[in-house]
Design a protein around this ligand. Structure first.
Ligand code: ATP
Length: 264
């Protein structure tokens, strides 16, 4: 047994570690999505193929061979969302710099959310980070305005022509309003969530954006990232959650909101 280790090179260890890392990343990307069932389905079909081959079942083997020959195409079509997300994550540079934002802008957003929730006014606020949201803003209206509570509130007022859809915040400014986001296809999302929440989940499944949602029905405020939604109890809870997401490095820094509002 130990004989085989004699031929073990350091490259083999590196090789195994890289493959293990890739498999781990793939599992963490598809975990909790409908892709898991599809992976299981493809696994079962592959087992059937090998059984047909071993038992020499020629008709079944012919069907499976024809099916599996187009498997690459099927995988690309079925997993296109996950592939896009995976490639975006791979392409993200760990050395990218972020702009800093002052506490004031953070406060403006938090106060807007609680103001709207109190009055049962729905809202969807997207904070762009490293992944460019260019594809999703085509549907919206360009504003490129200073981020203030007053402007955010007026956008989401039901009488406003911009109140439908999402507001996009990038580089500390309100860049777009009325943006249509992709809805999640995850079948496990709680049925009580409608399209506003599904749009927030859908966008964060594909990008690293942070989305804040105010429900006009329940007055709940939620923070959504990586396809997962967390309901916020109060202003302190929201402040802490955002701090945990955006604060990097020295927590004793006098500029606590580093890495916030995604600059590039
Ligand atoms: N794809 C989308 N992209 C952006 N915004 C959307 C999208 N779909 C719906 N919305 C917004 O969500 C609103 C409808 O929300 P809906 O009641 O269906 O969802 P909900 O999750 O139940 O939210 P609420 O709890 O506020 O009722 C629309 O008026 C629109 O502003």
């Amino acid at each position: 047994m130990f004989e085989s280790f004699r031929y073990f090179r350091w490259q083999d260890i590196l090789d195994i570690l890289v493959v293990a890392f890739i498999i781990h990343q793939l599992i963490s990307i598809i975990r909790g999505t409908r892709s898991v069932q599809m992976v299981v389905g493809i696994g079962i079909l592959t087992i059937i193929y090998f059984l047909a081959s071993v038992l020499d079942l020629s008709a079944l083997l012919w069907v499976m061979q024809n099916f599996l020959s187009s498997i690459l195409l099927i995988v690309i079509i079925v997993f296109q969302q996950d592939i896009r997300r995976a490639l975006t994550q791979v392409g993200r540079s760990p050395f990218q710099k972020h702009i800093e934002i002052v506490d004031k802008q953070m406060e403006e957003i938090i106060r807007t959310l609680f103001y709207l929730a109190k009055r049962r006014i729905g809202a969807l606020i997207v904070i762009e980070r490293e992944t460019s949201l260019g594809d999703f803003i085509e549907s919206g209206f360009k504003l490129d305005a200073v981020l203030t509570k007053e402007l955010l509130i007026s956008i989401f007022m039901p009488a406003s022509p911009l109140h439908d859809g999402a507001v996009l915040i990038s580089e500390g400014r309100i860049q777009h309003a009325g943006c249509i986001l992709p809805l999640t296809q995850n079948p496990y999302i709680n049925k009580r969530y409608g399209t506003r929440h599904r749009a927030a989940i859908g966008l964060t499944e594909e990008t690293d954006a942070v989305v804040l949602v105010v429900s006009e029905e329940t007055q709940e405020i939620s923070i959504v990232r990586h396809g997962a939604l967390t309901t916020i109890e109060d202003e302190i809870g929201l402040t802490k959650s955002l701090q945990a997401i955006f604060m990097v490095g020295d927590s004793s820094s006098s500029q606590p909101w580093k890495n916030w509002l995604g600059g590039k």
